[in-house]
Design a binder for this molecule. Structure first.
Ligand code: TRP
Length: 353
């Protein structure tokens, strides 16, 4: 696994360099499950990167994985609302929908979902049950019984990526097993049905450079369900209150020491992500100022950084028709691509009538 990760990091670097020269050679496909609003961990970890890639001119498909919510959640009453909140977060963060930048829920792209049927036949049960990310999710959700959607959603994720021939997928480490499966499916499909003219690319991961952001409790990854996150939609006062409660340590003098002082280092890192200054320099400036000054500095930096995004967010909240239109336009463009791909797939599988 360590090897795979190192290889993925190296490949990511090469692709990053090539994107600057040939942005149109690539298509980014990535997405989120509509389980709630996004927090600053999403913003610094992936959202900013998506905005950057789309501004470099890389065609970008952002998929809202509504079916995936059903794999480990019983509740589905809020899927539609959460989908719209995600779009608001995306747009407020700077994604600009266009012919090349589309946002859509996968339940609105039937031809993408239809790829599932041939793809299911290219993967074995054993391969599905050893997926480490799926295993972790089953554990984390404490599922007593596991539905077949849970085991098979990584195949569905391959449909998400391959229907538009996405060839770069900006993801975190946890998604690498899914991407590996997508590559396997693409390879097996091409070998079996179209050995002389591959239908699908084997997509590559683009790993984020931002280290994973720890929550305000200082121990685990930032996540809404763990109650340790600052939402993009939080007010400036809410942000200040959350940061006041953030865990630090007993030592007064502030230093940047990720190994021995992970909580303090995390807060310094967040300031650094807002201001661009190095965490060591910020620590040196605060020094004797202690935890109080560290928290005040972060509150100010974060509120200032997010002010334009939050203003835009509030404006977009007032335009539900526009948000819906963004999704419908995205879905219709996605469908065009999916129909073309499905026709190609039918052709190579000798199913045309
Ligand atoms: N599984 C991803 C998550 O949990 C969401 C997702 C669905 C996705 N389809 C995708 C990510 C395709 C990248 C590419 O966050």
């Amino acid at each position: 696994m360590a090897d795979t990760y190192e290889v993925a990091v190296e490949k990511s670097k090469k692709i990053e360099a090539d994107i600057l020269v040939n942005p149109k050679k690539y298509r980014v496909l990535t997405g989120d499950r509509p389980t709630g609003r996004l927090h600053i961990g999403h913003y610094f970890g992936s959202l900013q990167n998506r905005v950057r890639l789309s501004k470099l001119g890389v065609p970008t498909c952002i998929l809202i994985a509504d079916y995936q919510v059903l794999t480990d959640h019983d509740a589905f009453s809020e899927i539609s609302q959460n989908t719209k909140q995600l779009v608001i977060d995306y747009l407020a963060a700077g994604l600009v929908p266009s012919d090349d930048v589309i946002i859509y829920p996968h339940s609105y792209v039937p031809e993408c979902n239809q790829l599932m049927l041939p793809f299911l036949t290219l993967v074995t049960n054993a391969e599905l049950s050893r997926n480490p990310t799926v295993k972790e999710e089953i554990q984390a959700a404490g599922l007593k019984s596991v539905n077949a959607g849970m085991y098979t959603y990584p195949i569905h994720q391959a449909c998400d990526i391959l229907f538009c021939k996405g060839n770069i997928v900006p993801v975190g480490k946890d998604q690498l097993p899914h991407l590996e499966l997508t590559r396997l499916i693409a390879r097996r499909f091409n070998e079996k049905f179209s050995p002389n003219a591959p239908v699908f690319p084997e997509p590559e991961a683009l790993l984020s450079k931002t280290p994973s952001i720890i929550g305000l409790d200082g121990t685990q990854k930032m996540s809404k369900s763990r109650g340790n996150a600052i939402m993009l939609s939080a007010t400036e006062d809410e942000t200040a209150k959350l940061i006041k409660k953030a865990k630090t340590d007993a030592e007064r003098f502030i230093t940047y020491d990720p190994e021995n002082r992970p909580e303090v280092a995390n807060l310094l890192m967040l300031i650094s992500l807002c201001t661009g200054e190095k965490p060591e320099e910020i620590a040196a400036r605060i020094g004797e100022g202690g935890g109080g000054m560290l928290k005040n500095t972060l509150t100010e930096a974060l509120n200032e950084k997010l002010r334009p995004l939050r203003a835009e967010r509030a404006r977009l909240e007032q335009s539900p028709d526009y948000i819906r239109q963004v999704l419908l336009t995205g879905a219709s463009k996605a469908r065009e691509m999916a129909i073309t791909t499905l026709n190609e797939v039918r052709h190579v599988m000798n199913m045309e009538i």
